[in-house]
Structures are given as C-alpha cells and as structure tokens.
Design a protein around this ligand. Structure first.
Ligand SMILES: Cc1cc2nc3c(=O)[nH]c(=O)nc-3n(C[C@H](O)[C@H](O)[C@H](O)COP(=O)(O)O)c2cc1C
Length: 174
C-alpha cells in the first residue's frame, strides 16, 4: 500500500477483539513514534507502554468521556513531553502520536487517540494529575495523550480523496 492509501484507511478504531497484538507490530509502532520529527530534534517525549489489565481499566476512567475503549484494549501507549526541554513539546508529542496512528493502521492494528492534556476525570480532577499518580511520572513530564491499541473488532470505512474538504486548501492567499 502506498502512504496515501494507508492514510485513506487510517481510521480511529474503538472496539477490539481482546486478542493480543504481535510484539513485533508493537515494536514497529513504537519505532514509528521514535522516528517522528521534533523541533531542534529535542525528542522531548517519553512513552509508557501499559499492558496490565487493571491499569488499563484505571486509564479508561482517566476522562469523563472518551477513554472507555481502553477497558477493551490490549495495550496503551501513554505519551508525555518534557516541558523543560522545549516549548513545543505538545507539537512534538502530537507528531509521535500521528506516526503511531499511521504505523498501527499500516499493520492492521486498531488504535485511537485519547486526548489527555487539558482534560478532566468525571470527578473534575485533571486527567494529567490522575495519570501522573497512576504511572508515577515526575512533574516536569506533561501528559499529551494516550494511544489505545488492539486487534480491530470494527472496520470504519476508508476515506475517499474526492470527498475530502478541498475547499480548505487556499492558493496563494487565504
Ligand atoms: C487531538 C485529538 C484528540 C482526540 N481525542 C479523542 C478522545 O479523547 N477520544 C476518542 O474517542 N477519540 C479521540 N480522537 C479521535 C478523533 O475523534 C478522530 O480522529 C476523528 O473523529 C476522525 O476520525 P478518524 O480518526 O477515524 O479519521 C482524537 C483525535 C485527535 C487528533
């Protein structure tokens, strides 16, 4: 598949079969994260790979809504950025997330981006503080997002190029 085909097929998958992801595929997804571009090559990211079922359940309630799929995921990659290293840690971490999205899709692994930064739990606590406590993360590492991973139990339709909002592309001036 060309990169464009992979991009057309990349969809967020929130239902998983419960089967395990091949370790080799997980390594490729993590390699993709580490290969992402970052400002001044600062690579401010840290990735916590969580497979423990109880911990996945706890992460699934790290948001009031939007993280439920972690309870059925095989694995989560929690992405943190070092704010002491760079002021563009959010952009850098998002690049790593995007790389993981594409690599997972290319390998047939279902995944979904779960926003962590600026979000709250049902109790009104910051998701970041809740997760920092769970995973024992030092305070200068800021939560960006969580990638849920699992074998897809649903297959959202791929995108079609002629249905993209091409009006968003402006030529020469806005
Ligand atoms: C910055 C960002 C935050 C997102 N946060 C969540 C989230 O918290 N929970 C969720 O289920 N999906 C989340 N998503 C997935 C989007 O809902 C999804 O990408 C969008 O609906 C388009 O669908 P697609 O990924 O299948 O193309 C997020 C995606 C991005 C890029």
């Amino acid at each position: 598949m060309t990169l464009l085909e992979i991009m057309k097929h990349r969809r967020s998958v929130r239902k998983y079969t419960g089967e395990k992801i091949d370790e080799d595929k997980l390594q490729q997804i993590l390699a993709a994260a580490l290969l992402a571009p970052s400002g001044r090559a600062a690579r401010p990211w840290e990735f916590v790979v969580v497979k423990d079922r109880e911990m996945l359940d706890r992460l699934s309630i790290s948001r009031e809504h939007g993280a439920e799929m972690l309870a059925g995921a095989d694995c989560a990659v929690v992405v943190f950025g070092d704010e002491n290293k760079t002021d563009v840690w959010t952009e850098d971490c998002c690049n790593a997330m995007a790389h993981m999205y594409l690599m997972a899709s290319a390998l047939g692994v279902g995944c979904c981006w779960i926003q962590g930064r600026l979000r709250k739990t049902a109790d009104g606590a910051m998701t970041e503080d809740y997760i920092r406590g769970l995973l024992d993360v030092p305070s200068h590492y800021r939560l960006e997002a969580i990638m849920s991973l699992g074998i897809p139990a649903e297959q959202p339709q791929p995108y079609e190029l002629d249905q993209l909002p091409w009006e968003k592309i402006h030529k020469e001036t806005f």
